[in-house]
Design a binder for this molecule. Structure first.
Ligand code: NAG
Length: 383
């Protein structure tokens, strides 16, 4: 207390001197203060403080220089979405077969006051398998209601690549824009995820027969529990290896209007499509289970060396199919490719492209996904 008083006194003295307006006087007084009035005891104290100050500074410097080991408790969650989002973990299940773990999270977007639910593979926190829109109970918001009980909006598509996969069904006439004759239509989807693609289609076009094969029983469990995935007589989820399903279809002579390959493995460079499907024998089999005007739609997700990896997949696909239509997403790393078992005349390719673009426009408008579907370019690639 005494100490502080004295400092205060010094300060007021210098201020007073300043008020006099003479710099010389101020300097003189300062000298007096420092050298005149400061006793030996004071000098000792000053030295003591200086010593501790330097010691503390030194220790602080050593502390800063220590090896930086930062344990990030929130690994994988901090990057999930922008800062205007809150992420709540709902459930994680691990596959007893592959020991891959899948997590379900709810993402609250405070900016738009909407809630989305997503599934991701642990280790791929930045690449959601599925994102669906939740419907709040009447008069409720995320602040007044537990989002876990909210319903799923099956007619909403939130990711560009799912919108692209749906649109690709129509661009090449694998499916007609009109629903007449849907009873005759049949799709085989390999890879369920949260079922956004097939549940959307099933809701919009309930008469199309859709079979979904999913390798991981835990994914089916999570999809049924948290993503509103339901089976009925026109839409069925089967726990099975996609490779087996393709072979069985061939043996049974089943023919599909489209085979949708949305299966991923856990390679970091390019998780989708799962490499096991890119063998010559499997692609030959897939081609053989397509109807004459059918299409194979592939979700490609190149995360590293994107150009090279994409080209690699395209080359393999084009060695079995004469034509592929490629759509590069604008915000997502995904590239959606639709490959046809028949060839297109190469002399009027530009006309064909315009026709495909028109159909893409019409289909995405009719289905209400035009706002989501945003791609950089649509390219027709010939063998
Ligand atoms: C579901 O999503 C669609 C498309 O975004 C939207 O038009 C519709 O209003 C949503 N339904 C509900 C109940 O929120």
């Amino acid at each position: 207390m005494f100490e502080r008083d004295r400092q205060h006194l010094f300060l007021s003295q210098t201020t007073n001197n300043n008020n006099i307006g003479s710099r010389k006087l101020l300097l003189h007084n300062l000298k007096q203060i420092i050298f005149g009035r400061v006793s030996g005891r004071w000098m000792y104290r000053l030295a003591k403080y200086l010593f501790f100050f330097i010691l503390f500074g030194y220790l602080f410097w050593i502390w800063i220089q220590r090896p930086q080991v930062i344990i990030d408790e929130n690994f994988g969650e901090s990057d999930l979405a922008n800062t205007n989002s809150d992420i709540t973990k709902i459930e994680t299940l691990c596959s007893p077969i592959t020991s891959t773990c899948y997590s379900v999270v709810d993402i609250i977007n405070r900016e738009t006051s909407t809630v989305q639910r997503a599934m991701y593979i642990n280790g791929f926190e930045k690449e959601y398998d599925t994102v669906v829109q939740l419907i709040p109970p009447k008069g409720m918001t995320y602040e007044t209601s537990d989002t876990r009980i909210w319903a799923i909006n099956n007619t909403a598509i939130t990711t560009q690549y799912v919108a692209a996969m749906i649109t690709q069904l129509f661009t090449t006439s694998a499916l007609p824009l009109k629903s007449a004759g849907d009873n005759e239509r049949e799709l085989l989807c390999i890879g369920l995820g949260g079922g956004n693609f097939d549940m959307f289609l099933h809701t919009k076009r309930p008469n199309i027969k859709i079979t979904i094969v999913e390798l991981e029983p835990v994914v089916v469990q999570l999809a049924k529990r948290w993503f509103g995935v339901v089976d009925d007589d026109r839409r069925k989820t089967i726990v099975k290896d996609g490779l087996t399903a393709i072979s069985e279809s061939k043996i049974n002579g089943d023919k599909y209007d489209a085979v949708i390959l949305d299966a991923c493995d856990n390679t970091k460079e390019m998780p989708c499509p799962a490499k096991t499907f890119l063998t010559s024998s499997t692609l030959t089999e897939i081609k053989s289970i397509l109807k004459p005007m059918g299409t194979l739609i592939v979700n490609i997700l190149p995360l590293k060396k994107q150009k090279a990896n994409l080209e690699k997949v395209m080359k393999i696909l084009l060695s079995h199919f004469p034509v592929c239509i490629k759509m590069q997403m604008s915000y997502e790393a995904n590239v959606v490719v639709s490959c046809l078992p028949y060839s297109l005349a190469s002399d009027n390719l530009e006309d064909t492209k315009q026709l495909i673009l028109q159909r893409a426009e019409k289909a995405s408008n009719d289905l209400g996904i035009h706002g989501v579907l945003e791609y950089l370019d649509l390219t027709i690639v010939l063998k």
